[in-house]
Design a protein around this ligand. Structure first.
Ligand SMILES: *[C@@H]1O[C@H](CO)[C@@H](O)[C@H](O)[C@H]1NC(C)=O
Ligand SMILES: *[C@@H]1O[C@H](CO)[C@@H](O)[C@H](O)[C@H]1NC(C)=O
Length: 220
């Protein structure tokens, strides 16, 4: 009886020790595994940290590039892409302007972009975009027009398209001035000019009263 009891206790202890052994071994293995894993994770974290710093540096680089491109675009818009002209009629008057004749504003005041030709009076768009054009004409009777004076009918033309008309009616003792401003989309190479409409023998006032202006508002 005692022997059996002892055997049971022994078996029980043995079993307990064995289980403890097994569980200690597994705990130690588990600890070893966790220690290794911890080292691995620390390495991974420090690697990610250094990559994060690199990313930040790249972000800074990217921002610098974007900034420089922005300022480049800004510069291009303002200088390289700038188109603006103003030309004027400088003599006291130009005589005998015929119907549908292109008015030649002979004196170039501004011509950024090189689009305006003071020999022909025609602006050729150096780049596509939205443009504003403005023209002011002084009607000068001079020796023209008879007792009722003379009227100027002129029009701003984009290729064959009418953009706007200018009217002024001078009398013998008075001059008159008409003006027009238009905005339109223009393709590179298009022509814009001012011509008379139906005046048979017109005198146009000069001395910088009559001007033709155009400028690029926005690239297209
Ligand atoms: C328990 O561990 C001890 C000490 O390491 C060892 O001598 C014994 O054999 C182990 N018992 C078993 C059942 O693994
Ligand atoms: C006419 O245009 C040419 C070429 O742009 C320029 O050199 C010249 O000074 C201009 N003439 C006048 C009177 O503005």
């Amino acid at each position: 009886m005692f022997a059996l009891f002892s055997m049971v206790i022994f078996a029980s202890i043995h079993c307990t020790v064995s289980e403890e052994n097994v569980s200690l071994e597994s705990i130690i293995k588990r600890l070893e595994y966790l220690e290794n894993r911890e080292v691995q994770l620390e390495n991974e974290i420090s690697e990610l940290r250094s990559q994060g710093t690199k990313c930040q540096m790249n972000d800074d680089d990217t921002n610098n590039i974007i900034d420089s491109q922005r300022s480049k675009r800004f510069l291009m818009d303002i200088t390289e892409g700038a188109v603006a002209f103003t030309a004027a009629i400088s003599p006291i008057e130009i005589d005998h302007v015929k119907p549908l004749e292109i008015i030649k504003f002979d004196t170039t005041i501004t011509d950024i972009g090189g689009g305006y030709n003071n020999q022909t009076g025609v602006f050729v768009a150096p780049i596509s975009g939205i443009y504003a054009f403005s023209c002011s004409l002084l009607d000068h009777v001079g020796t023209h027009g008879g007792p009722n004076g003379a009227m100027v009918h002129a029009e701003i033309i984009h290729n064959q398209r009418l953009l706007g008309r200018i009217f002024a009616h001078a009398e013998t003792t008075y001059r008159d001035q008409g003006a027009q401003t238009v905005v339109t989309a223009v393709t590179q190479g298009d022509q814009v000019y001012v011509r008379t409409r139906d005046n048979p023998d017109l005198g146009l006032g000069g001395e910088f009263y009559s001007t033709f202006t155009g400028f690029l508002l926005q690239l297209l």
